[in-house]
Design a protein around this ligand. Structure first.
Ligand SMILES: Nc1ncnc2c1ncn2[C@@H]1O[C@H](COP(=O)(O)OP(=O)(O)O)[C@@H](O)[C@H]1O
Ligand SMILES: [Mg+2]
Length: 240
């Protein structure tokens, strides 16, 4: 029988799924910050991008950016040229997308060889990743020991987008680990500070915020700073 865990001591997930309230909110940079934070906690970590769109063969995609910022080796699922959602992008080149079971198997294989696998979605949560219309939420629900991190903007509009995303997650019974603000300005305005307070007061809470300009760091500086950007996550990952 499983012992109940004391409050605040929830088991560390083996797979961390990074979604966003929209495209371009900082999922890739947050994925890198999560990877760097896991490394700083002494964990063996990799990242997986199930569906990379908008990138031609041989060009650097999101996982190349994660590698640049962390030095960690990453894995890409399928790559499609068109800069659009995976299903229409696949249709344009008559490509067959991997099935949900194939993605689950790849994540399980990576999880068997690492302490933590960080999965970066495409676009927002309900973007379809497979020819059967499954989404990142379905992938998170199907992968054992997983939890979702929601990347949000700091500016006006983020509260509605964040609440929609977390409602969709809870509707599907997906474990929510917390929210990360993708790009936090040096001089936030009152909308941004009240947004941050509001998100921080939600039950799953704010894991942290990545400062504006973070992608300009090289890997050593990024790695040294990342746990300080994500204190809520650093605490969770330090707890086996
Ligand atoms: N903290 C940040 N500071 C400055 N630029 C950022 C920050 N986070 C993201 N960006 C930039 O914003 C763009 C979108 O970020 P990205 O992480 O690729 O978003 P997503 O993966 O959600 O599409 C990129 O050009 C990225 O370099
Ligand atoms: Mg990305």
């Amino acid at each position: 029988m499983t012992e109940p865990l004391p409050a605040g001591q929830a088991r560390r997930p083996r797979v961390l799924v990074v979604t966003g309230t929209d495209t371009d909110v900082g999922k890739t940079v947050v994925t890198a910050a999560v990877v760097a934070t896991a490394r700083a906690a002494g964990l063996g970590v990799t990242a997986y991008k199930p569906t990379q769109t908008g990138v031609a063969p041989g060009e650097p995609g999101d996982m190349a950016e994660v590698e640049r910022l962390t030095g960690v080796t990453t894995v890409e699922g399928v790559r499609l040229r068109a800069p659009m959602a995976p299903r229409p992008a696949a249709a344009l080149e008559h490509a067959v997308l991997p099935t949900l079971a194939e993605h689950v198997a790849r994540v399980a294989h990576l999880a068997a060889g690492h302490d933590l696998v960080v999965v970066e979605g495409a676009g927002g949560l309900l973007v379809e990743l497979t020819d059967d219309g499954e989404t990142l939420a379905d992938l998170a629900a199907a992968v054992p020991d997983s939890g979702v991190v929601v990347v949000a903007r700091s500016a006006l509009g983020t509260l509605n987008h964040t609440m929609l995303t977390r409602e969709a997650l809870s509707h599907r019974g997906v474990r929510q680990l917390g929210i990360v603000i993708g790009a936090w300005p040096e001089h936030p305005d009152v909308i941004e500070t009240t947004n941050r307070d509001y998100l921080g007061a939600l039950p799953e809470g704010l894991l942290g915020a990545v400062p504006l300009g973070a992608p300009q760091h090289d890997a050593p500086a990024f790695g040294a700073a990342a746990p300080g950007w994500l204190p809520g996550l650093a605490q969770r990952l330090g707890t086996p």
